[in-house]
Write a protein that binds this ligand. Sequence first.
Ligand code: DOR
Length: 441
Amino acid sequence: MRALLVRGGRVIDPASAVDARVDVLLRDGTVAAVGPALADPGADVLDATGAVVAPGFIDLHTHLREPGDEHKETVASGLAAAAAGGFTTVCAMPNTRPPADDPAVVRTVLELASASGLARVLPIGAVTRDRAGRALADLAELAAAGCVAFSDDGAYVADAALMRSALEWARALGVPLSDHCEDPALVRGGTMNEGPVSARLGLPGAPGAAEVAAVARDLALAALTDAHLHIAHVSTAAACDLIATAKARGLHVTAEVTPHHCFLTERAVMERADVEGLAYDTDARVNPPLRSESDRRACLEALRAGVIDCVATDHAPHARTDKWCEFDRAAPGISGLETALGVLGALVAQGALDLPTAVARLTAGPARAWDLGRRVPGIGSLRPGAPADLVVFDAAREWMVHPARFRSRGRNTPLAGRALRGLVLTTVHGGRVVYRHEEQG
Ligand code: DOR
C-alpha cells in the first residue's frame, strides 16, 4: 500500500495535546510522522486545507445486529455507516440473535468485520447467558475470544447478587462492565420520560429515578468489588452527580453519553422538523428515554467537564416496520453513527462545548476510558506508531439530515430534516481511504 500524506489541515489530537496546522504521514498501516511541511515523494496526497484532521473516532457502544437481524443492519452496513460518520473503531454490543454470550458468535462478528475492512470492531460479550439475567455467561472464555468489555445492554442485570459476581469476574479478568442502568421495576412499561410531555401525550412514562437507582446500586457494587464499572448512556442529572462523587472517591468508574441525550429532550417525541400532524414520533423512542431540558444540560456539562469520559452513539438501527406503529409497540433506538459529529458540531456552534473538547470525547476519551491502548497501541491518537486511522472533516459546514442517504440500514432518527454542523469529508482506516464525501444534488 502507498503511503498517504494528509496535508494542510488543522490537526486536533487531544491525546498528544496537538492543535496545529501540520501534516500527517501514514505509512505501513501506522502514523509515521506529524509535523510541518512533511514530504514523501512516493506518497498519495490528501489535501486537507481548511479542514480538521483528527484521530479516527471510537464508539464504545454500537449495535451491529448481525447475526440474526440483518434486515436492520449487517456488520458490513454498520461499518460503512461508521466510516461515513468518521468512526474507525466500534465496540459491538452483544444483543444479536443469538447473542454474543458465546465465543463462536464473537468470532463470527470479527470475521465479518475483517471481511468488510471498513472499520475495526472490538467485541463486547454478554454478562449473562442469553442476556436473560439469570446465570453468568462464561466471561473468561469471552475475554479470551477478544471481548473488550461485558454488557447486557438493553437490559439491566436486575439480580444484585448476580451483578456482584459479574463484577468480580470482570475485575479478575481486567475488563470493564458496561452497565445499562434502568431498573425494570421502576420503568414498568414506560415508553418515554415520565413528565409533562408523557402526561400530555397520554403515554406511559418511565421516571429518571429508574436510572438513578440502578446507577446507585451498581456504584455500591463497584466499591465492593473494586471492578471497573462503565455507566452506559447516562441520561439524568442525578446520575451525573453520583458518577462525579464516585470518581472523587477514587472508584474505577467511567461513563458515556449519547449525542441524542446531549442534544434533544423529551419534547422530540412530539416535535420533529419533517413530520407534521402526528401526535408522536416513534423515532424519538429510545432507552433510556430522552429526558428533560435540565437533564440534558447536566449531561452536556458533565461531558464538558470530563465527569462523563466520552460520547458513545448507542447506534441502534431498526427497520421501518419496527417504527411505523404505535409508540408502545415501536422498537427503541436511534441510528446514530452518521449524525454524531454533526450533533457535536451543532453543540459547538451553540457554545456548549469547544471543538477540541468535542474531538477529545470522540477519540482520547473513549480510548482512555477502556484503556484500549493496551490492545491497540496508540489507538485514539495520531502519535507516531498509532494506527493509520483518521478523519478529515469540515467543522463549519452545515448539512441537513436525510436518513435515506445513510449507509446504515437503520434510517430511524428523530433528527431527520434537522440542520447539523460538521461534515465528514474523508475517513482513513489502516492507511486506506474507506469513506469520501460526495456532494449530492
Ligand atoms: O434504545 C435502545 N435500543 N436502547 C438499548 O439499550 C438497546 C438498543 C437496541 O438494541 O435497539
